[in-house]
Design a protein around this ligand. Structure first.
Ligand SMILES: [Ca+2]
Length: 215
């Protein structure tokens, strides 16, 4: 009969291995100088997107500052926002200039600028309240973030329109139960700052389309 001590050791090892396997892929360890480093790179912990804003410019930018182990900014590194498959989000074919939507790959891509920063204006449909969008620089996964879009209801033009406004208004006017998908400033309540963000995208909306396949 195994001792209590042995059982405890086994339990700790099992827990440790499951923890490790769950996080083994992201964030990656810090690489050598000149390569992206998760611990020195910065980005918000939530991605706020929109749907079919004119020119692809949504209310809330998502800036990824890519740095190496020594804190040096890395220029012209491709940064990817990798969405999970089968999670109910959809890419939008209209994106800001310089920002590529890879529909089959379920991701948005843009390179870092001369300051080592990639500023995304993500256009997608849907909401992810668990951190399942991978932020990747080159081949290095920097971390995972949640994602919320002002485009919360699918309509043919992939646009922020009346059904989205109705859904937002419901969450704004009726606070309980809390509907996190409409809390764009992530302060724990659907309030005025969220309305300002929603209104930007609603007023900027122009017809476009979702990815036709893959995402
Ligand atoms: Ca809020």
């Amino acid at each position: 009969m195994p001792s209590l001590r042995l059982m405890l050791v086994c339990a700790v090892l099992l827990l440790g291995s499951s923890f490790f396997s769950a996080f083994a892929q992201c964030p990656d360890p810090c690489g050598p100088p000149g390569s992206p480093c998760p611990t020195t790179s910065t980005f918000p912990n939530i991605l706020i997107g929109g749907g079919s804003c004119a020119g692809g410019i949504t209310a809330v930018p998502f800036a990824v500052h890519v740095r190496d182990v020594g804190g040096a900014s890395l220029v012209n590194v491709p940064v990817m926002l990798q969405f999970p498959a089968g999670a109910g989000t959809h890419g939008n074919q209209l994106q800001a200039p310089g920002q590529v939507v890879d529909c089959p790959g379920l991701r948005l891509i843009r390179p870092t600028n001369v300051d080592g920063v990639a500023v995304f204006y993500a256009q997608f449909f849907g909401c992810l309240n668990t951190p399942d969008v991978n932020v990747i620089a080159g081949s290095v996964c920097l971390g995972r973030v949640r994602a919320r879009s002002t485009d919360s209801r699918q309509t043919p033009n992939a646009i922020v329109d009346l059904p989205d406004f109705t859904a937002f208004s419901n969450a704004f006017l009726i606070k309980v139960p809390y509907q996190p998908c409409f809390d764009y400033n992530d302060n724990g309540t659907v309030d005025l700052p969220d309305l300002v963000i929603f209104a930007h995208d609603f007023n900027a909306s122009t017809p476009s389309a979702y990815c036709s396949s893959g995402w």
